[in-house]
Ligand binder design. Structure first.
Ligand code: SF4
Length: 256
């Protein structure tokens, strides 16, 4: 089992740390944040996306224009819908890009399913969080341990827990890795505008009413006017709907 001590991450260079702490980067546009990230960290910088939110696809497109060899990874939980796998193929074709796909540890999944069944997430909060831990959080930690910086698709207006995110921050929840949130100050309308203007491929389930697309058994379409957070883990109380990818910054599914 990998531990924090297994990380190959280099300490953040003093000049970069000073730049982050100065707050200067907060005035940069999304593409400028990515240019800064590529300049300082590529190829040990990677975009995390579930291929289940339009924000992640915007960042993939933007990052690819800046650096065609830029890295992207997907956590394949083993429970993703076919539409998500189809989108991965479309992205490969469109950008000629290798998508790094990470899987949960087979022995952990087997043990969990043996003890609690295949659909354990509906049984209790504890079971649902265990499933997210095994299928998402552990593989994410493994991916991040080999990077110096990662890019996430969080936006501030996605909820109160995200209001204070910075465009570049030190991610203490993941061992102090540098985390880029280039879309922090974007509205959803801006995201849609970018997708439309650049013909960015997105998950077809958005057209069927899914605000974000996560694992198939834990995502559903919402009705017009319904809270987007109702599309994920709808059987739980709103305050528990986190998968642990962005501790304290999630509301109704991260989409990474
Ligand atoms: S979202 Fe659902 S299926 Fe996916 S890892 Fe979490 S509990 Fe398991």
């Amino acid at each position: 089992m990998r531990t924090d001590a297994d990380t190959t991450r280099k300490p953040i260079a003093p000049g970069i740390l000073a730049e982050i702490e100065s707050g200067r980067l907060e005035s940069l546009e999304a593409h400028e944040i990515l240019i800064w990230g590529v300049k300082n960290f590529h190829p040990r910088l990677s975009l995390a996306t579930s291929f289940g939110g339009q924000e992640g696809m915007v960042l993939l497109d933007m990052l690819h224009r800046i650096e065609p060899e830029s890295r992207v990874f997907l956590l394949d939980t083993g429970r993703l819908p076919q539409a998500t796998y189809d989108l991965v193929d479309r992205v490969r074709d469109r950008y000629g890009k290798n998508i790094e796909v990470l899987f949960p540890r087979a022995e952990s999944v087997q043990e969990m399913v043996r003890e609690r069944g295949l659909n354990l997430f509906y049984a209790s909060l504890e079971d649902r969080q265990r499933c997210c831990q095994v299928r998402k959080v552990e593989p994410l930690n493994r991916a991040l341990s080999e990077l110096d910086a990662w890019v996430s698709a969080l936006r501030r207006d996605q909820g109160v827990t995200r209001e204070k995110i910075r465009k570049v921050e030190i991610d203490t929840a993941h061992g102090g890795i540098v985390k880029l949130n280039p879309l922090a100050d974007w509205s959803f309308a801006q995201v849609e505008q970018y997708v439309s203007a650049h013909g960015v491929p997105v998950n077809r389930l958005h057209r069927e009413g899914y605000p974000t697309v996560g694992c198939a058994p834990c995502s559903r379409a919402i009705r017009p006017g319904e809270d987007p957070r109702a599309g994920r883990w709808w059987w739980e109380n709103p305050e528990t709907r986190e998968c642990g990818i962005h501790p304290g910054q999630e509301e109704g599914g991260s989409g990474i």
